[in-house]
Design a protein around this ligand. Structure first.
Ligand code: HEC
Length: 112
């Protein structure tokens, strides 16, 4: 199972690294806009939910793929399920370009 997931990641990264995924920040932002409902404008959360602005693209993408594979057990799995892997990558790529605010620390960077 673990090997299968790793293969999936590698394949996904191979695909998104290729020419098939055009660098289009506007499309990335449009797809990513749905997340703002709960994670705040441009991923800067104001309430109890974590901010997602300024996170590493690969980190965010892998979290979203995990959520997608877990299939609609909780809020985020339900969210991730609604997107293709390419869209999840675009979302991750978008939020990684948004600078974190001063009060958003990076200490949660390597938790799961
Ligand atoms: C309906 C509300 C809602 C929407 C819409 C939503 N999320 Fe979430 N998200 C949550 C909640 C609730 C959590 C879990 C609590 C937390 O981490 O603060 C969460 C957690 C996360 C986490 C884990 C945070 C961490 O540090 O591990 C990531 C990453 C994330 N969301 C990304 C996204 C992305 C990207 C989108 C758009 C595709 C999105 N979310 C849309 C509610 C939402």
């Amino acid at each position: 199972m673990i090997i299968k997931r790793k293969t999936h990641y590698l394949l996904s990264l191979f695909v998104v690294a290729g020419a098939s995924l055009a660098q289009d920040p506007t499309i990335d932002r449009m797809i990513a806009a749905q997340c703002a409902q709960c994670h705040g404008t441009d991923g800067h959360a104001t309430g109890d939910i974590d901010s997602i602005a300024g996170k590493d693209t690969a980190d965010l993408y892998h979290k979203l793929i995990d959520m997608e594979e877990d299939r609609a057990e909780d809020i985020m799995e339900h969210q991730a399920w609604g997107y293709t892997d390419e869209q999840l990558y675009r979302i991750a790529r978008y939020y990684s370009t948004v600078p974190e605010s001063d009060d958003e620390d990076r200490e949660d960077e390597d938790d799961d």
